[in-house]
Design a protein around this ligand. Structure first.
Ligand code: AGP
Length: 602
């Protein structure tokens, strides 16, 4: 969703600001803009549409400004338009603001400002911020004081960056929306996430909720929620700048599918003891005497949660996967001794954070299975469990699903071991050694997959159905989500046994059915046959020796490994299938319409 970049340094600021906007594009947006402070005022460029369109206007500009702010906007208050794009300024163009989040009390602030004669030109909540700063400036406050008074008046969630005409600082604040400071020799960056400035520096300071910051070329002053001046830890991120580029690939999604052998290796590294076949997760949280586990996430992360809950249940640990947006209505108060596991790639998904807070409030132990170090979920949970998949730029989650599922598999074995549950997942020795072999198995799939050819045969159908049972059901649901997300074709994932309870009415010769049979699933074979009898072409996603292959019209092959691994490999085949279908249909694969990488509104 919205992304912020700000820079103060000794060189021209426009270049890093525009690069930052390009790096933020993956979050999803519909308009973009920048503002810089020149010797004689503020210059603002903004438009609805792509960063490339903004860039066309800015490229002609000779600006020597060394300080500025930029923004990619995903519309909430008001449609995408030039007027609603950020930065927003006050009516006299003294103050420019970029904002991520929602100002809940903007209407009451706006009424007061209107009655004082301030004028508004956009539909946004954000526009109250520059006008409120102007209001305080007009009453004799210095810029820093005007900014602080304004922040004190705001309710809601926000990350804000501000430039004020005639002042050499960037002012910023964080409350409930991410904001990270990048530190380099001659300057600083502020951004919604690290990739925005990773080309320039990997030295970062993660700001805390309640922090207000003044950033100048020669230093930073951070004040916390108690109005105390504080030093925050300076850290190095271990993401490399080339991880945020497409490299040799046409799309980030394809790159991320192809880097799964490496990302999975990193997820597993040091967490499985080869000799004793035990997992070592280094979780500083007592996981004994857990009565139930709630695995909570949205979209792909929810499917990883479903996958994890199946494994936990197989280990005799009671577990439920719950959609984060349904957590409050569908769960009630979590029972005593509940372990709440937030599954979230970004660590910033509003629905998931809301559920995490709800569980924390009633005393549940909480873990965050996340990819982003120091993300809100990582910080708010009792303990983070980092999946270490590296930056994921494609809106469609691929490598992070695989890493989340592997992380949850290892967590399930850890919980089963410390609780000495009677039965751990079948054949745990094989599971752990197959997990170690998973990266090279993914590599083999990537080199041998027939998904590209199959995609050619299955374009232009009415709908696409994905079925599976147990672990295969989570893979089927994820396969369908991926397919609809990037092809814009209708796709649904079902528990295979459910097909005959309704969806079968939709089945025709123009609705291919992809049957995930990476497990011992006789019943899925029967369900696939029921669809085939009604004319549907059946594509088996299974080991070559599985009996469904005899029934199926086509086959995507996966190695015969432990079911956990074979199912994850089936998912890789389905990722490739979606990718190749979307390529043939010429879709915006990395930035599908209407979607954002990280959904920070409920
Ligand atoms: C998956 O391809 C989607 N981009 C989406 O469903 C995503 O998984 C969901 O929004 C949750 O995001 P999170 O993992 O960052 O919390």
């Amino acid at each position: 969703m919205c992304g912020i970049i700000a820079h103060v340094g000794t060189d021209r600021a426009l270049g890093p600001l525009v690069t930052g906007l390009e790096k933020l594009e993956y979050r999803g947006y519909d308009s973009a803009g920048v503002a810089v402070k020149n010797g004689n005022g503020l210059d603002v460029w903004k438009c609805s549409g792509q960063v490339s369109e903004l860039k066309d206007t800015i490229d002609t500009v000779e600006s020597s400004a060394t300080l500025g702010i930029g923004h990619t906007r995903w519309s909430t208050h008001g449609p995408p338009s030039d007027e609603n794009a950020h930065p927003h300024t006050d009516e006299s163009d003294r103050v420019a603001v970029v904002h991520n989040g929602i100002i809940e009390n903007y209407e009451s602030i706006k009424q007061i400002l209107l009655s004082e004669g301030y004028e508004f030109t956009s539909d946004t909540d954000t526009e109250v911020i520059p006008n409120l700063i102007a209001y305080y400036l007009d009453r004799g406050n210095e810029p820093l004081a005007a900014f602080k008074h304004t922040v004190a008046d705001l309710e809601g969630s926000y990350a804000i960056a501000v430039v004020v005409d005639g002042n050499d600082s960037i002012f910023a604040a964080r409350q409930g929306s991410p904001l990270v400071l990048g530190v380099e020799q001659d300057g600083y960056y502020l951004a919604s996430d690290v990739p925005a400035f990773l080309d320039y520096t990997d030295t970062v300071v993660y700001l805390e909720d309640g922090d207000t910051v003044e950033v100048r070329t020669d230093g930073v002053d951070i004040v916390d929620e108690n109005d105390e001046h504080v030093q925050r830890e300076v850290q190095q991120v271990d993401w490399q700048p080339d991880e945020t580029g497409k490299g040799q690939y046409d799309h980030f999604m394809l790159k991320e599918i192809h880097t799964q052998p490496t990302s999975l290796q990193k997820t597993i590294e040091g967490r499985i003891d080869a000799d004793e076949h035990v997992t070592d997760l280094d979780v500083d949280l007592d996981l004994t005497d857990i009565d139930t586990v709630h695995l909570v996430g949205c979209g792909t992360s929810y499917h990883a949660a479903l996958f994890g809950s199946s494994i936990l249940n197989r280990c005799d640990v009671s577990a439920r996967a719950i959609r984060a947006s349904e957590y409050d209505v569908n769960t009630g108060t979590p029972p005593e001794n509940t372990l709440f596991v937030a599954v979230t790639q970004s660590g910033e998904t509003a629905d998931t954070l809301q559920a995490l807070r709800q569980a924390s409030d009633v005393g549940a132990s909480t873990l965050a299975v996340t990819n982003v170090v120091q993300s809100t979920a990582a910080r708010e949970a009792d303990e983070p469990l980092y999946i270490r998949a590296g930056p994921e730029i494609g809106v469609a989650a691929t490598k992070t699903f695989s890493s989340q599922a592997v992380m949850l598999t290892m967590l399930s074995q850890h919980i089963a071991r410390v609780n000495e549950t009677a039965s751990r997942v079948n054949n745990v020795g094989q599971l752990l050694s197959d997990l170690r072999a998973l990266p090279s198995a993914v590599d083999r799939i990537l080199k041998s997959s027939d998904a590209g050819d199959l995609a050619q045969e299955h374009l232009d159908k009415n709908a696409y159905f994905f079925i599976g049972r147990g672990l295969g059901c989570s893979v089927a649901k994820e396969g369908a989500l991926k397919f609809k997300e990037i092809t814009y074709e209708h796709a649904e994932g079902f528990a295979s046994g459910e097909l005959k309870h309704g969806p079968l009415a939709l089945v025709t010769e123009r609705t291919p059915v992809f049957a995930v049979c990476a497990d011992d699933c006789e019943k899925t074979v029967t369900n696939a046959k029921e669809a085939q009898t009604r004319g549907a072409p059946i594509v088996a996603v299974s080991p070559p020796s599985h009996k469904i292959v005899d029934t199926a019209d086509a086959h995507l092959s996966v190695p015969d490994m432990h079911p956990v691994c074979s199912n994850l490999l089936a998912n890789v085949q389905l990722q490739l299938l979606s990718y190749y279908c979307a390529t043939e249909l010429d879709r915006a694969i990395d930035k599908p319409r209407n979607l954002a990488k990280s959904v920070t509104v409920e």
